[in-house]
Ligand binder design. Structure first.
Ligand SMILES: [Zn+2]
Length: 100
């Protein structure tokens, strides 16, 4: 069993799973011509106003994607509930004003 399959992944993860393509910097490497770049899948996130990344091993990608999806749907649900609360407050004020 590898280290990463033993890792318990968090239920929710903030960020995005993206594929980065880049040169490694070695003159003799296949990536030097800019055509065959190295690809790595990372979790991209912002912290303190800066973009940061965490490298993901192949067997970690799905679990991290799942955590990201859970975070996004929880965030969307929170937003929906907050907006419904705001609407309710505003319409209660409006009907109180009409009753006066
Ligand atoms: Zn290279």
């Amino acid at each position: 069993m590898t280290r990463s399959t033993r890792t318990r992944f968090p239920r929710m993860i903030r960020g995005s799973v993206v594929v980065q393509r880049r040169r490694c910097g070695k003159q003799s490497c296949r990536c030097a011509d800019g055509e065959q770049l190295h690809e790595s899948t990372v979790l991209s996130y912002s912290a303190g106003g800066r973009n940061k990344t965490v490298m993901l091993a192949a067997d970690e990608i799905e679990a991290v994607r799942t955590g990201v999806k859970r975070y996004r749907s929880a965030q969307a649900a929170l937003e929906t509930e907050g907006n419904a609360g705001l609407d309710a407050l505003i319409s209660a004020r409006a009907s109180a004003r009409q009753a006066r």
